[in-house]
Design a protein around this ligand. Structure first.
Ligand SMILES: *[C@@H]1O[C@H](CO)[C@@H](O)[C@H](O)[C@H]1NC(C)=O
Ligand SMILES: *[C@@H]1O[C@H](CO)[C@@H](O)[C@H](O)[C@H]1NC(C)=O
Ligand SMILES: *[C@@H]1O[C@H](CO)[C@@H](O)[C@H](O)[C@H]1NC(C)=O
Ligand SMILES: *[C@@H]1O[C@H](CO)[C@@H](O)[C@H](O)[C@H]1NC(C)=O
Ligand SMILES: *[C@@H]1O[C@H](CO)[C@@H](O)[C@H](O)[C@H]1NC(C)=O
Ligand SMILES: *[C@@H]1O[C@H](CO)[C@@H](O)[C@H](O)[C@H]1NC(C)=O
Ligand SMILES: *[C@@H]1O[C@H](CO)[C@@H](O)[C@H](O)[C@H]1NC(C)=O
Ligand SMILES: *[C@@H]1O[C@H](CO)[C@@H](O)[C@H](O)[C@H]1NC(C)=O
Ligand SMILES: *[C@@H]1O[C@H](CO)[C@@H](O)[C@H](O)[C@H]1NC(C)=O
Length: 892
């Protein structure tokens, strides 16, 4: 260990070209179960308040059912929008069975309040956005029953209110859905908001609706058994779905889930009946970990659901979509739109009250086979009329978009407000000969224009032909090329979704089939074009070199070429990419896609136009203002808190430093390189993965045998915070006059090290901070270049938080969620424990000795952790100071 050159090289990086000071140690970044540290109650009394941040350590859970099967939780479902919801969750399957504010998400600091009046959710402006009725008798407790029912009770334990009465899109075993009540599907799988489909319990049956129009009835499931009584409510259990009548004494409609002699698969499993966003009603058996088995589904044929194919799409063969006869797909946009094949016609615009001029309306006939979903579920608008009458009915009302007319019965059915997809006629349909007509508007004036253009065309060509033919050919070629690219892109994203790939080997194909959630896959040539053959290098971060690029659609991206990777299987690579790709948070850099080209691997990230924090913070001019520094501290803390507690699996960054904090625009702060340490692991095991980190931000426990945890990131964050306060690397020495301890000039900001006079000595900045903290002097710690343009109480706050973060004992360090709370002022500041900061004195002594020996900052930094030969230091720190390359690289 004589030379000061490399003490911490990654064994994987040694072979690669770039020189980074990297340490690799074992054991990190595995998928820890999230720690429960907040108080999760089993019963709540009035005057209780909570927000996501109060309960971030429990992922927002504050109330649990008696044996813990269910939790009431404030949960984030759309991380990029910070949309939080109050929900009831089935813990082991993560299934959301109820939500209070599905249409009005709140933020992570918005408040939930339970008082004697009931429950209320407030938005950030402290206005109530959801509440239970206020006319309930005084409420004395809030409980979550073992059935998943959230109830409010009075003093005598009578139920005053229950969530089972206000279902969202799910009912669970034992929950009743009374006549007149409904389930409303969510917008999409990731979005709880009300969608377009609903299920309504009626006297006769349960109807499934799209935009208020029936498209299916529960009793139409093939194995349904029906009796004659009036329906009172719907229930389900593991044996089936039931519509009950006669006060629950009679089954009116029964849909068995299993035939009578089947052995029921695990009767005690948790099952829900759900109206899915696709419009299907299903019964799901949920298992821990989120997997589910569909035990029942209706309608079976997705062509019976009006949203399966787009507007005017014609659905055949259980889900193949094409435009209905008379229409063709305008494929310029990503979502196909069906427009009249006859170019002189257009679909009517939105109905805004003004009736169209009848003479401009033309109807486009749909053909014999095509029928509309609502025809068999609604009564005809008119009966015993002729076609003209039906047509006139539709023409006279701009909310009518088309009609079906049956010659035999003289029935007239209209399509109102919105058109869904078309399907073939049902075998049991009563009106087999009805024909459909879609309303279109003649776009009068354009006919003439088009005609004249057409007639001009040959003339133009004749004139231009000799000279312009090359130009025209080139333009046409370019347009064709571009279209082809767009098409390729479209089919590529489809392919990665569907697991089909035209140019992939069979092995690759398999990967795509079985790895869900993979982000967009780019073709290598596309990246070459985007980056102009990797022309502009904008950084060399962990794992490789980063280039700027611009995608075809004009969006700027950062393309990271990964050079520092062991020989890792492509499957592992893809799996990790899928995990990273799913992490979305405003303070985390978004992975847009990836590319695997032969042995080369690329990651495509959103582009951050201001580069990394170190470039801006340590730059001489302009000086970064205090307010921005504070925002960066907060944004970084939020991003880390999300990595630690907000995602499905805990993710430890392992390399928090200014180089990995990126800035964009005026105020965006995002952390990069998270999750990548997982990519390094040569031998993936359930227990440990390789850890990396950068010296200077490295927590002491790296060098001892104690476990690496999220608190390791907290330490690094604390070190970064000190650099943010000072605007300078911690590794560059702070000058302090020898008598400064007796200097009584409080708030003196002139202790800056601009001149090295006699009587001044270099000191390790974190140690200087500790000394100043003990003396209660904070102002002198802020960047002197700010010339006092700082908020003094904020300097003190950041200093104290930073010291709490860098305590040697990991358990004493606050969680990142608590750091966020302290920065936001919703949590009291912690008190740094001086015993746990004494190690800074040891580091400081090393530092001063090395600085005296001269050498640049770099070398000081390198020597910081090393035991100088021939010096006797207190043995308790030997293990900290000494790092053999063996220890550093860890067992492999
Ligand atoms: C709750 O707060 C209200 C006023 O804020 C107070 O009148 C009431 O006594 C409190 N109830 C309990 C149980 O603390
Ligand atoms: C715990 O929950 C399960 C599932 O609902 C239930 O079967 C069991 O009886 C409960 N145990 C207790 C002690 O309440
Ligand atoms: C969510 O964020 C995306 C992009 O940031 C935005 O386009 C979308 O409108 C947002 N949705 C809501 C409900 O705020
Ligand atoms: C209400 O229930 C709780 C337990 O859930 C019990 O401790 C309490 O005595 C009950 N109160 C009354 C009035 O029954
Ligand atoms: C399931 O529910 C139906 C309707 O309430 C009931 O008749 C049946 O006995 C239940 N089956 C079981 C096993 O609980
Ligand atoms: C109603 O819509 C038509 C066509 O979409 C448009 O020309 C007209 O200006 C609209 N009228 C009003 C009052 O918005
Ligand atoms: C309707 O359009 C026709 C032809 O475009 C025109 O002759 C007629 O005057 C229009 N009628 C009204 C009421 O605007
Ligand atoms: C259609 O019926 C109306 C009366 O309802 C009648 O006036 C009209 O002549 C009929 N048209 C045709 C083409 O038979
Ligand atoms: C158009 O049809 C809708 C739906 O049937 C109806 O509510 C409305 O009154 C009609 N408007 C006119 C002008 O007939």
């Amino acid at each position: 260990m004589g030379s000061s050159a490399t003490i911490a090289w990654s064994p994987f990086c040694l072979t690669s070209s770039f020189n980074r000071r990297f340490a690799i140690i074992l054991l990190c970044c595995m998928l820890f179960p999230s720690a429960l540290s907040g108080p999760v109650y089993s019963s709540i009394s009035p005057n209780f308040t909570a927000s996501y941040y109060h309960y971030i350590d429990t992922s927002g859970a504050f109330l649990a059912s008696r044996n813990g099967s269910f939790q009431a939780q404030i949960i984030n479902l759309k991380p990029e929008n910070r949309s939080f919801y109050l929900v009831v969750v089935h813990v082991s399957s993560r299934a959301i069975i109820w939500s209070a504010n599905r249409n009005t998400p709140i933020s992570e600091s918005s408040e939930f309040r339970f008082s004697r009046d009931g429950m209320t959710l407030f938005n950030d402006q402290k206005q109530p956005i959801w509440s239970t009725p206020h006319n309930l008798a005084p409420v004395t407790s809030l409980q979550l029953l073992e059935s998943g029912n959230l109830v409010m009770l009075d003093g005598a334990n009578n139920t005053l209110w229950e969530s089972f009465d206000l279902p969202t899109d799910v009912i669970v075993a034992g929950q009743r859905l009374n006549v007149g009540k409904s389930l409303v599907a969510s917008n999409s799988d990731g979005d709880l908001a009300d969608g377009i489909c609903s299920l309504v319990v009626g006297n006769n049956d349960a109807m499934i609706r799209w935009n208020g129009m029936n498209y299916w009835e529960l009793s139409m499931a093939p194995n349904a058994v029906r009796n004659a009584w009036a329906v009172e409510y719907m229930v389900m259990n593991y044996t089936g779905v039931y519509l009950m009548g006669k006060n629950g004494a009679q089954v009116v409609i029964r849909i068995p889930l299993h035939s009578s002699d089947d052995v029921v698969d695990d009767p005690s499993a948790f099952r829900i009946m759900k109206l899915e966003s696709s419009g299907v009603v299903s019964v799901l058996k949920l298992s821990s970990g989120g997997s589910s088995k569909q035990e029942f589904k209706t309608p079976d044929d997705s062509c019976r659901i009006p949203s399966t194919c787009w507007k005017l799409g014609y659905c055949t063969n259980g889900g193949t979509c094409q435009c209905a006869p008379g229409f063709h797909s305008a494929s310029s946009s990503s979502e196909p739109i069906c427009v009249p094949t006859d170019g002189s016609l257009a679909l009517p615009g939105p109905c805004n009250g003004s009736q169209p001029n009848i003479t401009n309306i033309k109807y486009s006939a749909l053909g014999r086979d095509v029928d509309y979903f609502s025809n068999d579920f609604s009564n005809p608008m008119l009966q015993n009329v002729n076609l003209t009458a039906c047509k006139n009915l539709c023409s006279g009302n701009c909310s009518c978009l088309g009609f079906f007319y049956s010659q035999g019965s003289g029935s007239c059915y209209v399509i109102e407000n919105q058109i869904g997809s078309m399907a073939t006629k049902m075998s049991w349909s009563t009106d087999k000969d009805r024909l459909g007509y879609i309303k279109t508007i003649v776009v009068g004036t354009q006919i003439g224009v088009k005609g004249s253009k057409k007639s001009d065309f040959p003339v133009l060509v004749a004139i231009l032909l000799p000279s312009g033919v090359m130009v025209i050919a080139m333009v046409a070629f370019l347009i064709w090329l571009r279209r082809r690219r767009i098409k390729r892109r479209w089919s590529r994203s489809m392919n990665s979704k569907l697991g089909r790939g035209s140019s992939m080997s069979a092995e690759e194909e398999m990967d795509f089939v079985s790895i869900p959630g993979l982000p967009v896959r780019f073709v290598y040539e596309e990246l070459v074009i985007a980056t102009e053959s990797f022309k502009t290098q904008i950084g060399s971060g962990g794992f490789g070199t980063v280039y700027k690029g611009t995608l075809e659609d004009g969006e700027d991206v950062a393309v990271k070429k990964i050079t520092c990777l062991g020989a890792q299987g492509r499957r592992e690579f893809l799996t990790e990419i899928a995990v990273i790709g799913k992490i979305h948070h405003v303070n985390l850099v978004r992975l847009k896609g990836f590319c695997a080209h032969g042995g080369q691997k690329f990651l495509v990230y959103e582009f951050m136009d201001r580069g990394s924090l170190d470039a801006t913070l340590f730059r001489a001019d302009p000086v970064m203002e205090w307010k921005e520094r504070y925002n960066i501290a907060l944004g970084t803390a939020r991003g880390l808190a999300y990595l630690h507690t907000g995602c499905e699996h805990k993710i430890i960054h392992c390399d928090v430093k200014p180089e990995n904090i990126l800035l964009h625009d005026k105020s965006q702060v995002k952390i990069s390189d998270f999750g990548l340490s997982k990519l390094l692991s040569p031998e993936e095991s359930n227990l440990f993965t390789t850890l990396r980190g950068t010296r200077g931000y490295l927590a002491p426990e790296w060098l001892t045998s104690s476990a690496i945890s999220d608190k390791t990131d907290v330490y690094s964050y604390g070190m970064v915070l000190l650099e943010i306060i000072r605007g300078k690397k911690n590794s560059s020495p702070q000058m302090r006059s020898a008598n400064s301890r007796t200097d009584s000039n409080r708030g003196n900001s002139r202790s800056s090290p601009s001149s090295v006079e006699s009587g001044q000595r270099p000191i390790y900045f974190p140690l200087f901070v500790l000394d100043m903290h003990e003396e209660g002097r904070y102002m002198g710690l802020a960047d002197p270049r700010l010339m006092g343009r700082v908020a003094s109480e904020e300097v003190e706050k950041l200093v104290r938080i930073a010291l709490c973060c860098v305590q040697e004992e990991p358990n004493l360090r606050p969680s990142m969620a608590n750091v966020v709370g302290m920065l936001e002022g919703v949590m009291p500041l912690g008190e740094p424990q001086l015993e746990s900061l004494n190690f800074l004195r040891f580091y400081g002594r090393r530092f001063t000795e090395e600085s005296r020996l001269g050498g640049d900052d770099e070398q000081n930094e390198l020597r910081l952790y090393r035991q100088p030969t021939g010096t006797n230091t207190s043995s308790s720190y030997n293990s900290l100071s000494y790092m053999s390359s063996q220890e550093v690289s860890g067992p492999r």
